[in-house]
Design a binder for this molecule. Sequence first.
Ligand SMILES: [Ca+2]
Ligand SMILES: [Ca+2]
Length: 615
Amino acid sequence: MKRIVLVIVAVFLLSILHAKQQKWVQRVEPTFWWTEMNQPEFQVLLYGTDLSSADISIDYPGVTISRKEITDNPNYVFLYLNVSKEASPGRFTIVLKKNKHTQTVIYELKKRQDGSASRKSFTGADALYLLMPDRFANGNTANDSVKGYHQGVHRNITGARHGGDIEGIISNIPYLADLGITTLWTTPLFDNNDTQYSYHHYACSDYYKIDPRLGKNEDYRRLSDSCHSKGLKLIIDVVPNHCGSSHWWLKDIPAKDWFNTWPVYTSSNYRMTAWTDPHASQADRYRLTHGWFAPNMPDLNLQNPLLFDYLRQVYVFWIESANIDGMRVDTYPYNDIKTAAQFIQSIRNEYPDMNVVGECWVKTPAEIAYYQSGNNNKDGFDSRLTSVMDFCLKDVFSSAFNETESWDGGMARFYSLYAQDFVYANPNMIMNFLDNHDIDRYSTAVKRDVNKYKMGLAMLLTARGYPQIYYGTEIMLDGIPGDYQGHRFDFPGGWAEDKRNAFTVKDRTIVENEVFNYLRTLLNYRKNNPVLQSGLMKQFIPENGIYVNFRYNDDKTIMIIANNNEQPKDIDLIRFKEMLSGKNAGTEITTSKTYSLKAPLSVPAKTVLIIDVHE
Ligand SMILES: [Ca+2]
Ligand SMILES: [Ca+2]
């Protein structure tokens, strides 16, 4: 009886509470935060009906409201909380009061993971694998179509969603580890509910939600844990330039200057060179940064400090909660670059050893070097990017093996490009790649010529800097040149209904296995031999279509001999004696064949020999 009375009283009290409790607040972001962060202040976005006039208070030891920022839109409050060192992890209540009405919001501070701030990142010793989750493997068909989300799955339509997901990646982590990959970079995983072309996820509609078609928020952490259990690191794709037109902000824009807006749709001029051009006009730089990347990608104005903090926290939130090891920054020069640099640094303030590779799609070494941190630029600009992508070397890979030798064609392209490395602050942190999701598949660049393809892999895996492999490269996956959708075919075998499973030896063709085994050998050799990760390089001017360079350190010397001719060639080694003194023989790392270094060396046509030289 006593118990029944208690229940009745409790229900009565709850109903009173419920009657007074308002529901102005519809969104709270981020949904939780941590104690012991390096930056004690963080922002909580509160969104709801006419919140700006509410009195807001909290009562929790060690946590204070440092400021309440409002905008020209009364539906938003940006509450800055200061978390002192004395604050304990736990839950507290944010109380909003207005006209004698009250709403309470429960907020949580979690304990920061031990060692989180000092986490190690990917380095030049790593080999990256880039994949698009929708196109890699479908590990969960139950999430292919989700209520409230557009598109569904249509694998026969190249620009549609195909159903790949986080589960599919997790199930293939052992495959990647076996291949010799040490770091995984996935294109973004955030919610992207555009009506079409949403599969790439670069047009975010909710930063605090993993797209349910890719998985749940917890699945990102599971992916990271799976990577770590196999010795792989995980890189997050950071997109500071734009969100997607289906983002919930678009229904009620947080502030007039939240986006870069124009009277009529205006694209960027895409001329990233305007940043380094000493003669550039203000108008061109303005159009570059304020013009939109695409009509469905509203251009974010990171110079709005509230947006800056919001987006900074988005990435801190995911790095912390999903335990991420590194960052890749999308379309860096489309932002105001000084603000972009501050943005990157603001994230790294939480993770000082975090490495960051930036997509600065410029076409000269001088311009690429400008974007690598530590470059001592004349104008004082420091991008805060520890690593840059070598789009120049990518072009060399695509053309050199298709050309006959000349002063500046064929293998001379490698020679001339490496000769310009003096511009780089840190050549070991240059990211090298044959292709990626935005450019022609390497298989199409060399017209599926296996010999040229293997030459590309050999030059990639022995280049200074570190390699990035695009998914499917290991099986020479086909593509369609000049067509975005043609760069992003499904990995065969990633779907249960596929006719064959190219993740397995038995289902790969002879040619696919030849390419796979070649790359696997190269990756595992590089993984176990620092000489190819950080060794010095010495090169010799190409002669007669033969290009020789060396990677060397105190322990090892590797001779790389590329014969770009259609005929085999015998190479006299006298010219390389400064690197070969005391060395009598060598072992080619992909064939284990032994070569004498005391006689002319025979190199097959269209082949790169990678020789570990010894006494
Ligand atoms: Ca799926
Ligand atoms: Ca922009």
